[in-house]
Ligand binder design. Sequence first.
Ligand code: ZN
Length: 139
Amino acid sequence: MPEWLTIKTHEDRSTDDFVAFMCNEYQRAQHAPAPAIPVLVGNLPEAFARVDHGRWIADCSTGCGYAVMLGRNTSLFLCANCDVGWQRVTWPRSRTNIEIELLKRPHDIRAEPEPSTRNWVPGETLADLRTENADRGIF
Ligand SMILES: [Zn+2]
């Protein structure tokens, strides 16, 4: 499937397991073993999934500036930049419909492989996306 027909995740660029990838990133950056993978995620800080240039990413909940392309179905995020540790990933309930609206937008060959028109942030509604699309003649 051509890259511009999906909103990309970690699995589109790597065959490594996402959680193992995050642990390796932490170890490389912090020169220390990654914290133990939590069994329960309910009390962890919350990192929100968003779409940035056609990729599902999350930013560290502390605002330290670290962000990573998310695993397709991950519920965990480990910041490699600060000591907050594991965070739980909150995905939008309307993820599939968000992807449908964003994928209607034309692929910008100059931005390949990261279509610059495909962005979504928490709080932005499907109606918002449809209005943005309609304003550009995309239905
Ligand atoms: Zn951080």
